[in-house]
Design a protein. Structure first.
Ligand code: G3H
Ligand code: 13P
Ligand code: ZN
Length: 322
């Protein structure tokens, strides 16, 4: 069942985080739905501009509608990840998306506010919620590259002003993470003071709690990097991600959506590299595809345990029925 992102946030806020997983192909969709049903978790399917181009947005929509039929127990929202204004309007007008992200965080504050406001107006008219970004994460977001020196944490006071002016429904805040596999060079920790600062300043301003979104949340398990490299890969072994034990403490402070893409790509790369290393004469892609679906489902179920969303499916179902 496709629900609104707001319906998921209502149940999750302050208690657990909803996993927001990027998908690009059929195998990921099968593993994603299987893993969430297996762990009884609500979830958010994220489609990036790149994914919509790679697989064709119509193909993704058709596959998701089919997955909804194959897995009738699943409860999920469909979200545009890192949209520009034009792509947001395309998704809003399509009638398929539960929420969109407008990412104008690379623009100066006032321009970010103006763009976000326009998208919020169009989306709210169709009861679609909007995630906006303030602050800059390091790493690569679609075609925008932000190096570590230019990444900057979200200023909690500015965040309140931004939320007030734009009326966005959730805020992607820069809390020390970055996209991709190489997030931390030194200490590996989230900036909890920024999350707390946003929550406390919202309260002080008399505003309702606004869910915070954590981008760049992959944990980049060392074992995955080692296995990929042992099977012919050349990933930098110093790659570090977010400590999975920090997901839940962050969720209790208001981080309600946790975006994960890179870790899923690592699962894909490990499965396929190992398969073809061990079976060099094989050329049927279905055997490794079958292994990937199963491994990806287990990976999703594991993440949901760490996010606290595992076992929350019935609570969401009850809340949606009300
Ligand atoms: O934050 C970006 C996501 O990981 C999506 O990646 O633009 O390569 O699909 P993509
Ligand atoms: P990762 O690169 O850490 O998986 O982050 C994904 C993301 O933020 C998608 O918007
Ligand atoms: Zn992101």
């Amino acid at each position: 069942m496709i629900v609104t992102t707001a319906q998921l946030y209502k149940v999750a806020y302050g208690k657990f985080a909803v996993g927001a997983y990027n998908i690009n192909n059929m195998e990921q969709i099968l593993g994603l739905f299987r893993g969430n049903v297996q762990s009884k978790a609500p979830f958010i399917v994220q489609l990036s501009k790149g994914a919509r181009k790679y697989a064709d947005k119509r193909m993704l929509e058709a596959m998701l509608r089919t997955a909804e039929e194959i897995f009738p127990e699943a409860i999920f929202a469909v979200h545009l990840d890192h949209g520009d204004e034009e792509t947001c309007y395309d998704c809003i007008d399509s009638g398929f998306y539960s929420s969109v992200m407008i990412d104008a965080s690379h623009e100066p504050f006032e321009k970010n506010v103006a763009i976000t406001k326009r998208v919020v107006d169009r989306a709210h008219a169709k009861r679609i919620s909007v995630e906006a970004e303030l602050g800059m994460l390091g790493g690569v977001e679609e075609d925008i590259q932000v190096d570590e020196g230019h990444a900057c944490l979200t200023n909690p006071e500015e965040a309140i002003d931004f939320i007030k002016q734009t009326k966005c429904d959730s805020l992607a805040a820069a809390i020390g993470t970055s996209h991709g596999a190489y997030k931390f060079k030194g200490q590996q920790s989230l900036h909890f003071e920024v999350i707390e600062g946003i929550r406390d300043n919202l309260k002080k301003a008399g505003l309702p709690p606004t869910p915070i979104v954590m981008h760049g949340s992959s944990s980049v398990p060392r074992s995955e990097v080692e296995r990929i490299n042992a099977a012919g890969g050349k990933l930098d072994p110093s790659a570090r991600g977010v400590n999975e034990e920090e997901y839940l403490p962050a969720a209790k402070l208001g981080v309600t959506k946790v975006n994960i893409d890179t870790d899923g790509r690592l699962v894909w790369t490990r499965v396929h590299r190992e398969f073809f290393r061990d079976k060099p004469s094989e050329f049927d892609f279905r055997p490794p595809g079958t292994i990937f679906v199963e491994e990806y489902a287990n990976f999703i179920a594991h993440k949901n345990e760490k996010l606290g969303s595992a076992g929350q499916l019935e609570a969401v179902r009850a809340s949606v029925k009300k």
